[in-house]
Design a protein around this ligand. Structure first.
Ligand code: 13P
Length: 251
């Protein structure tokens, strides 16, 4: 498979500064032979610049968990794309379900952030996923279609090749209820079908699509076997070097 394999850790709003430094140093000391796998960490914003400096010239890339799409201005508490770029971050997480459902981020916001990320040469990791209620009502495919199409509105075929998707069913996040490999695989192939429809097959097979939602060392094997799953976006289990390394080392 030619697609990049990406193992990402979203630390969310966790860790003290010293705990963050300790975790990243442990990862750096123990991630020796990861072949062509890419490891990305999303620390809390105030730590990103230091984490990016510590990880320079290492196999670990650093990203920010959120940003505004505007260039500058009166947006108290927000961070601009240029500021993210200046930290040394290379990735930006966009549309995480906690942003969508706790902070009211819309599909339109997501699209504007994707465009802003591409303008500033940041790799957008775009999260999509259905709520439990939507799955139970049989609306999963419609929800994913709407989120994927809206996120990519106005994005060119060249630019979309810089994007990464993460399918994170909301009911599986932080709940211990992981999607079965088959359930995840179905949505991953739907995302690929949607990408083929918007662009073409060649583009569709080139874009990494990660799975996220209660990924742990004891369930990574089954997920990793699925062809359309190109890696994972890990929350809780990325807060400990041991469990994140176990996940990254899956065979
Ligand atoms: P958990 O792995 O804790 O379920 O979180 C997943 C997630 O939201 C990663 O972005």
């Amino acid at each position: 498979m030619s697609r990049k394999e990406i193992f990402a850790g979203n630390w969310k709003m966790n860790k003290t500064y010293s705990g963050a430094v300790e975790l990243v140093r442990e990862l750096l000391n123990n991630l020796t032979d990861i072949g062509n796998r890419e490891v990305v960490i999303f620390p809390p914003s105030p730590y990103v610049k230091d984490m990016a400096a510590i990880c320079e010239n290492s196999p670990i890339k650093v990203g920010m968990q959120n940003m505004h799409y505007e260039k500058a201005g009166a947006f108290t508490g927000e961070v601009s794309p240029e500021m993210v770029k200046d930290t040394g971050a290379s990735y930006i997480l966009i549309g995480h379900s906690e942003r969508r459902h706790i902070f009211g981020e819309t599909d339109e916001d997501v699209n504007r952030k994707v465009k802003a990320a591409l303008e500033y040469d940041l790799i957008p990791m775009i999260c999509v996923g259905e709520l439990l209620d939507q799955r139970e009502k049989g609306h999963t495919d419609d929800v994913i279609k709407k989120q994927v199409e809206a996120a990519l509105e106005g994005i060119s075929g060249d630019d979309v090749l810089k994007v990464v998707f993460a399918y994170e069913p909301v009911w599986a996040i932080g709940t211990g209820k992981v999607a079965t490999p088959d359930m995840a695989g179905e949505v991953h192939s739907l995302i690929r079908k949607l990408l083929s429809g918007i662009f073409n097959d060649e583009i569709s097979i080139s874009i990494p699509v990660l799975y996220g939602g209660s990924v742990k060392p004891d369930n990574i094997k089954g997920l990793y076997k699925i062809d359309d799953i190109d890696g994972v976006l890990v929350g809780g289990a990325s807060l400990s070097a041991d469990s994140f390394i176990d996940i990254i080392s899956v065979k």
